[in-house]
Design a protein. Structure first.
Length: 154
């Protein structure tokens, strides 16, 4: 998680894999506490909007936290999130959600493409600024580890 390329959504996937690992069941309480300390609604929102994950293993309580955060800070973006959850074909063509596409394109680039499609469309399905916000969210690093390493080397 402290690499230069680990982003918020990937961090959630890593924590969930630890929580769901049967070999670590003895440590589940400790892992759950650390997970709750480390992850925020922003992390969950990133996980829900990453086309590779789409919130697939996220508990409903965490989905609710992310949706509540989005509603409180960017209420106009909530319909965009709902369309993504529904996999609305007009806003998110089926081919854009195919494994071939989502496994080869960076998440932020994927959102940039969706944004371009939305802007070209006569009937804009997604809220203004939604795709750009999510694209930027998908580039947020999971930790400050790489920055800390730079400063500790001086």
């Amino acid at each position: 998680m402290q690499s230069d390329s680990c982003h918020l959504s990937e961090c959630v996937e890593l924590w969930l894999s630890l929580l769901n690992n049967p070999e670590l069941s003895h440590y589940h309480t400790a892992i759950k506490k650390r997970c709750n300390d480390a992850l925020t609604p922003i992390h969950y929102l990133a996980y829900m909007t990453n086309p590779r994950f789409l919130g697939k293993n996220l508990p409903i309580e965490n989905e609710d936290e992310a949706e509540e955060w989005l509603y409180n800070h960017y209420p106009d973006f909530v319909p965009g999130l709902i369309l993504l959850k529904l996999k609305d074909c007009d806003a998110f063509p089926k081919r854009m959600l195919s494994n071939q596409i989502i496994s080869t394109i960076m998440c932020s680039d994927w959102w940039s493409i969706i944004n371009q499609r939305n802007e070209k469309s006569i009937q804009k399905k997604l809220p203004e600024g939604f795709c750009k916000f999510i694209s930027k969210l998908q580039t947020c690093p999971a930790s400050s580890g790489s920055i800390e390493r730079i400063f500790s080397s001086f």
